[in-house]
Design a protein around this ligand. Structure first.
Ligand code: C2O
Ligand code: CU
Length: 509
């Protein structure tokens, strides 16, 4: 590696509006902490730090650091029956020695599964790892799976040398599930952090013909998995558990460090997944242009939302459209404001006719009714461990038994000094309020929620189709492994007392 310009924390790289083709480093003086507080300071961030908005058309964006490697995409499997080996593989990431990883199918990220909605999919995983890795379990994050197919942390495991087939029916309440980007990853109790860090993550895209056909598609629909890793001098990534979260100083996109992508001067759809163990990003475009957010974890928004910067916590997804029109001959960087690191260079070097468009309305939310039960979940710390309502995970304890077919209100609070990303399995959730105020327009329906210190979030969810045990946890996976996880069990409604036949009047003798 040559010059490394991942700048010190809180130095933000911007293009200067005054001096074209010159680089300006602005000390963001606390921008990191501002941004870390959430999306509320969007405006502050954009006006004070990322000044690209005022950049004149045609200003060349100089390369802030060498981006020598092409962006790559993992192999895609479109089949109804898929077999994936959980294999050790040496993956070429940096110059020099390859990196030993645990993979789904030999690549990092693992093979992308891409399926039409409403179709049944069987995915068979075979655990080819060394015995020391132990049993595995695979969770299809965001999917409305039956409990036995949900990748339980401590049951239905895949032993060393063994296989397990997970079946997904692609349905939700009798209809096709919504199009969206899910992802699959290991979920083994106590070692999820290690297993994900070692590479056990892959994308799972559900294509839905009910979504607007005019959105950028095909070669203009780019799934991007962002994840950080810490490499040692031999380019290896030994995992050292830290209950506060494991992070690294190199941020990879689709497993590539500082990649470039040769783009046309047109719109692209970016499906962004934060597959990091713990790190939060705040994404901007170096051109100062905005993203048009069209979707979340749970599919398309009711209407697109224009955003200059976007926070993304562990396991969240952002489905956005970016437009490189007028940028021919320039480079535009997808940048993380919190570290100041440019993550991906778009080299806009081809002129293209753009026939795509973003409709003014996308997809209405499903009507899930009004909640009849309220539950409170405190994401807290107790006796030195991350807990929920004061308790660490116990596979033998169930903390809630919602009834199939009902809608509940769940209230999340965070009395700790750290942010958490709260993820609920089984069904998507709709936002009711954030911190007593209206929800962000880009957070109408999700399944992974950023919860800042002191924040309160109210959501509602309807338990459809499946009974059984599901997880609720923080997706900072070291918090999860340390204990910030619990389970709920969806149960059948109690049988209503059977109407008794009217007793016959006895004839009096
Ligand atoms: Cu992505 Cu329970 O996890
Ligand atoms: Cu957490």
């Amino acid at each position: 590696m040559k010059t490394q310009i991942i700048s010190p924390l809180r130095i933000v790289l911007v293009t200067s509006a005054l001096a074209a083709a010159s680089l300006t480093f602005i000390s963001a003086g606390g921008a990191g902490s501002h941004a870390a507080r959430g999306d509320k300071p969007d405006k502050e961030l954009t006006s004070n730090i990322v000044q690209g908005k005022t950049m004149p058309e045609g200003t060349a964006t100089p390369s802030p650091s060498p981006f020598p490697r092409p962006l790559v995409f993992p192999p895609v499997n479109f089949n109804a029956n898929i077999s994936i080996g959980i294999d050790e593989a040496c993956v070429q990431i940096l110059d020099g020695p390859c990196t030993n990883m645990w993979t789904y199918g030999g690549s990092y990220p693992g093979v992308t599964i891409r399926r039409p909605t409403g179709q049944t999919t069987h995915v068979t995983f075979t655990n080819n790892l060394d015995t020391a890795a132990g049993e595995m379990t695979v969770h299809n994050h965001g999917n409305h799976s039956t409990a036995v197919n949900d990748g339980q942390p401590d049951s239905f495991l895949i032993p060393t040398g063994g296989s397990r087939t997970y079946t997904y029916d692609g349905l939700e309440e009798g209809a096709n599930q919504r199009g969206k980007m899910q992802f699959y990853h290991d979920h083994r109790m106590d070692v999820t952090g290690r297993n994900i860090w070692m590479g056990l993550t892959g994308m799972y895209i559900v294509d839905d013909p009910a979504d607007p056909p005019t959105l950028p598609s095909g070669a203009f629909d780019l799934p991007l998995t962002i994840a950080d890793r810490q490499f040692d001098v031999n380019n290896q990534i030994p995992y050292v558990f830290n209950p506060d979260g494991v992070t690294g100083d190199k941020i990879l996109v689709n497993g590539v460090y500082q990649p470039y992508f040769e783009a046309g001067d047109r719109k692209y759809r970016l499906r962004i997944l934060n597959a990091s163990n713990a790190r939060t990003y705040y994404l901007t475009l170096s051109s100062g242009d905005s993203f048009i957010q069209i979707g979340t974890e749970s599919g398309l928004l009711p209407a697109p939302v224009v955003r200059a910067g976007m926070r993304i916590g562990a396991a969240e997804r952002l489905d956005v459209v970016v437009d490189f029109a007028g940028k021919l001959g320039q480079s535009v960087y997808l940048t993380d404001v919190l570290t100041g690191a440019p993550l991906l260079e778009f080299r806009v070097n081809q002129h293209m006719v753009d026939d795509s468009s973003v409709p003014a309305t996308l997809r209405p939310l499903p009507d899930i009714g009004e909640p009849t039960v309220t539950r409170n979940w405190s994401f807290d710390k107790t006796a030195g461990h991350w807990t929920i309502n004061g308790l660490r995970f116990d596979p033998n304890r169930i903390d809630a038994r919602p009834v199939l077919g009902t809608t509940e209100k769940w209230i999340f609070t965070n009395p700790t000094a750290k942010a958490h990303t709260v993820h609920i399995h089984d069904v998507a959730q709709q936002c009711i309020s954030r911190d007593g105020a209206a929800c962000y327009p880009y957070e109408t329906m999700k399944e992974t929620w950023y919860l800042d210190p002191g924040e309160t979030l109210e959501i509602k969810l309807k338990f459809t189709d499946h009974t059984g045990v599901y997880m609720l946890h923080c997706h900072i996976v070291e918090h999860e492994d340390d204990g910030m996880m619990t389970q709920f069990e969806v149960v059948r409604p109690a049988p209503s007392p059977r109407p008794r036949p009217t007793p016959r009047s006895r004839p009096t003798p």
